[in-house]
Design a binder for this molecule. Structure first.
Ligand code: NAP
Length: 300
């Protein structure tokens, strides 16, 4: 599909793209660039690409597709650095978890004749770094593309085809709409997980070791989410503030209602909510976004 793909940032998502693109033969050449020598060396040892660069300007030369795979907060600086070195007709994309902010900071820096098609693969794990990636990460997962209205249809099609080849289902939508959806499906749940694990670790009456010792149950599942990369998630909350605050407001209102139901011993209200939420889990399994195996298919 492409002569040369350049991946800037080679953590969980970048390395998974590299592995899947190679497996599916989507590029003649995969160039990799990352900030630290240590990560670059790790990527080399894992044989993730065909060429490796500390200098990001060199990495993007002659690339037909450039994908930003770093935390969202550094996209603007990277774009400023690479803009003069991007070839005419190239597609620039990203994998950032937030889209309106990315559109806002990248669009003014785009050289003429370069197509910008932002993307967000809705796939991930709590692990980071080049060794965390695996080629099947995107299979059966959604990838949202949020191009501006006047973007080249050919570039959008090419990037859609690329993500379909990686195994994703592709949806095209408006950046603000995307940010609202992920605020409730991903960002607020992460905030809640960070909060509950933080609260538990600070509890004075329960020692930390007891929390860990007796963690089988709901708490343990929150700790998986709360182990996600701190820098990536810091940037998500700094750049998707409005949508997160909107959804957080709704969440806090509902939590308050739940608190009142517990206070009043309103069993009917509790049972009604828990029945509704159980049905949501069933529909997520039916949509193929989760396994029906007990305990998330974990093996003891
Ligand atoms: P990751 O495993 O932590 O890897 C991050 C990569 O970005 C590394 O190559 C790192 O380079 C580089 N990087 C970090 N800080 C940088 C900085 N200040 N300047 C330049 N490079 C920097 O991250 P990831 O999980 O792959 O996430 C990458 C992107 O994918 C993020 O924008 C995130 O929002 C998005 N995303 C993540 C998930 C997920 O579940 N993880 C899912 C969908 C989308 P060095 O190691 O060389 O420092």
């Amino acid at each position: 599909m492409f002569n040369k793909i350049t991946l800037i940032g080679i953590g969980l998502i970048g390395s998974s793209i590299a592995l899947a693109a190679r497996q599916k033969n989507l590029a003649k050449h995969i160039a990799i660039s990352t900030r630290s020598e240590k990560t670059l060396q790790e990527a080399k040892n894992l044989n993730l690409g065909d060429s490796y660069y500390s200098d990001v300007k060199q990495a993007v030369k002659n690339a037909d597709l450039i994908i930003l795979c770093t935390p969202v907060g550094v996209f603007e600086n990277i774009m400023k650095t690479i803009a003069p070195s991007i070839k005419q007709g190239a597609i620039i994309s990203d994998v950032g978890s937030v889209k309106a902010h990315v559109q806002k900071v990248i669009s003014p820096l785009l050289p003429k004749g370069v197509h910008f098609v932002p993307a967000h693969p809705m796939a991930g794990t709590e692990y980071s770094g080049p060794s965390a990636g695996f080629p099947s990460l995107f299979e059966g997962r959604w990838c949202m593309l949020t191009p501006s209205e006047n973007q080249s249809k050919m570039a959008i099609k090419k990037l859609s085809d690329f993500w379909r080849e990686l195994g994703s289902q592709v949806e095209i939508m408006d950046a603000e709409h995307h940010d609202l959806i992920v605020a409730i499906t991903s960002h607020v749940p992460h905030l809640i997980a960070y909060n509950i694990v933080g609260t538990a670790s600070e509890l004075e009456t329960v020692s930390k070791s007891e929390v860990i010792k007796y963690s089988a149950g709901g708490f343990r599942d929150f700790t998986r989410i709360a182990a996600s990369d701190p820098v990536m998630w810091r940037d998500v909350f700094l750049t998707n503030r409005d949508a997160v605050l909107d959804m957080l407001g709704r969440f806090l209102g509902d939590l308050d209602k739940l608190k009142i139901a517990v206070e009043k011993g309103d069993g009917a209200a509790l049972e009604e909510l828990f029945t509704r939420t159980r049905a949501i889990r069933k529909s997520i399994i039916e949509a193929g976004q989760e396994t029906s195996d007990a305990d998330f298919g974990r093996h003891v």
